[in-house]
Design a protein around this ligand. Structure first.
Ligand code: F6P
Length: 548
């Protein structure tokens, strides 16, 4: 067994954390700041262009020490080595987990079943570079001799969310190509995109690790049919390429062998943007920017693998999730980027984090007796302040939030950036400090309200504060810093999975619905009879089929 299957709650550190929690939960963050003038410095990690301040969390240095004891007791260090060395840590699927090999230096050696995978990784990167350069500089022409102007990525889940998020996040760096993403099997999705496109100048990138995914194949087939309405079959080779592990099915779809970008089964879908799945990123931004993204992720990999735990960003952040999830019983975590460019970041992380750690069976096959996988959600600030922040400030739930911001803006308008960042700083301060009865009272008194009005209003205007936030401040949004940021969260997933004693890299939970949908699909045919369902599903299907 590659990873030790220890129940975290059975460890000494867990018990110590429990009693530490019973004491610490009584303390307000403000009091913790008052009792330690060095708190902010003590609880900040400054690494490379990342400044991460943990001090507005409901922790002390002792909490960090106890969490690190927990990590040590559960052999996190050994697990990290196994992760990077290509051990079969995805045991239920009998696979290594090696997205890190995709961004490691070409001089390194990473063995899978005794063979070094790096030369092949480099070959695929060379293929991506060569193709990207030709499309971007116009050497690769469409069937009728026109240069490619539009790129459509057809994929879903990990074959969509990563590339879509990165292309959007880095659109400041994009070239002249327009990039679109079709994922939903809802016909409106592909229709709305292709209706504005010219098949003669469009390149379609079909991305599917398995090449069996219903949504992707349906969209690819419908788009191919639309394409063949205007151009002949032999035009396919100039306009359709694919990324997959399933070379046989890609060829059966009609894609030329030269147009296939292979990927390996040791790259999980939700961690695959670093593989050929990132082809659309490379096309949209140019290969050099894509390479910088990988370089950034590689730097975070080295930091994660080699730094001691108390200075290790993914380790500390991952452990804090455990702290809130399992001791404070917080169920969710908000991700609030203070940049519009990271508009899709929380959505992207939802798959990464929730598909990985939404598990209730431990590594020994037993039901866990504690909470796992936290719920991820979020939107960019300041929009979110005008939407759901009320609940974070004054609601009944504890929602730890990561604030992600940048020192330098890309637009260069200092006035806007100061306004944006003043909100970032103000929100974390307000969430922490809140507003006491005394403060509210003097505020209301200064407004010359009557005593009865003050008494009535007072309870509604009090903010308890004590709401935890982590401030992630990065120098500037670049391909490299985005690579670091994504890898920062990827490694937190790993840390969480190790502590929770679950397998983070399979996703059997998404299968049942897919299987049922397949059989229901046949029943939706107007002439088909329904098989037996519960009465609710039966009624819904009958109501739907009234439209036959
Ligand atoms: O939703 C389940 C899932 O298997 C994801 O893990 C994956 O990213 C997605 O489907 C797409 O799969 P594929 O790349 O094989 O089409």
């Amino acid at each position: 067994m590659a990873l030790k299957p220890t129940n975290p709650t059975s460890t000494d550190s867990w018990k110590k954390l429990q009693s530490h929690f019973e004491n610490l939960k009584l303390h307000h963050l403000k009091a913790l700041f008052n009792s330690n003038p060095n708190r902010a410095n003590d609880l900040t990690i400054h690494w490379d262009d990342f400044y991460v301040d943990y001090s507005k969390n409901r922790i002390t240095k002792e909490t960090i020490e106890l969490l690190i004891d927990l990590a040590n007791e559960l052999d996190l260090g050994d697990a990290i080595s196994k992760y990077f060395e290509g051990d079969i840590i995805n045991e239920t699927e009998k696979r290594a987990v090696l997205h890190t090999a995709l961004r490691t230096s070409s001089n390194n050696e990473v063995l899978v079943n005794g063979a070094n995978v790096i030369p092949e990784v480099q070959n695929v990167k060379a293929q991506i570079k060569d193709f990207t350069d030709k499309v971007v500089n116009g050497e690769h022409k469409g069937f009728t001799g026109k240069a490619i102007r539009d790129v459509v990525n057809i994929g879903i889940g990990g074959s969509d969310l990563g590339p879509a998020m990165v292309v959007d996040a880095l659109k400041y760096y994009k070239n002249h190509l327009n990039t679109y993403f079709v994922s939903n099997v809802d016909g409106d999705h592909y229709n709305e995109i292709i209706k504005g496109l010219n098949p003669e100048t469009t390149l379609f990138v079909i991305v599917s690790k398995t090449f069996t995914t219903q949504e992707t194949l349906s969209n690819a087939n419908s788009i191919k049919a639309w394409f063949l309405n205007s151009l002949p079959q032999k035009a396919i080779s100039k306009h359709f390429v694919a990324v997959s592990t399933n070379i046989k099915s890609v060829k059966a779809f009609g894609i030329d062998a030269n147009n296939i970008f292979p990927m390996k089964d040791w790259v999980g879908g939700r961690f695959s943007l670093w593989s050929a799945v990132g082809l659309s990123i490379s096309l949209a931004l140019g290969y050099d920017h894509y390479e910088s993204l990988l370089l950034g992720a590689g730097k975070m990999d080295t930091h994660f693998r080699d730094s001691q735990f108390d200075k290790n960003l993914p380790v500390i952040s991952g452990l804090l999730t455990i702290w809130y999830n399992n001791f404070f019983n917080a169920e969710s975590q908000a991700i609030i980027p203070y940049t519009q460019y990271l508009n899709q970041f929380a959505t992207y992380l939802q798959q990464g984090i929730m598909e990985s750690n939404g598990k209730s069976v431990d590594r020994s096959g037993n039901r866990v007796s504690y909470q796992t996988g936290n719920i991820i959600w979020g939107e960019p600030g300041t929009n979110s302040q005008h939407a759901f922040f009320q609940l974070i400030h004054q609601g009944t739930k504890l929602i730890p939030a990561d604030f992600i911001g940048f020192v330098e803006s890309l637009h260069g308008n200092r006035d806007h950036h100061n306004k944006l960042m003043s909100n970032y700083f103000a929100q974390t301060e307000a969430l922490m400090n809140g507003k006491t009865k005394t403060e509210v009272l003097s505020e209301l008194q200064s407004q010359l309200l009557s005593d009865s009005e003050i008494t009535k209003l007072l309870p509604f205007k009090v903010f308890e504060g004590n709401k935890p936030t982590t401030s992630v401040l990065i120098q500037k949004l670049t391909p490299e810093s985005l690579g670091k940021l994504i890898a920062f969260y990827e490694h937190q997933i790993f840390v969480q999975g190790i502590i929770w004693n679950i397998y983070s890299y399979d996703q059997f939970g998404v299968e049942l619905g897919k299987q049922l949908a397949k059989s229901i699909l046949k029943e939706l045919n107007c002439t088909a009879s329904e098989s037996s369902h519960d009465t609710s599903t039966q009624n819904l299907i009958e109501f739907y089929k009234k439209n036959c």
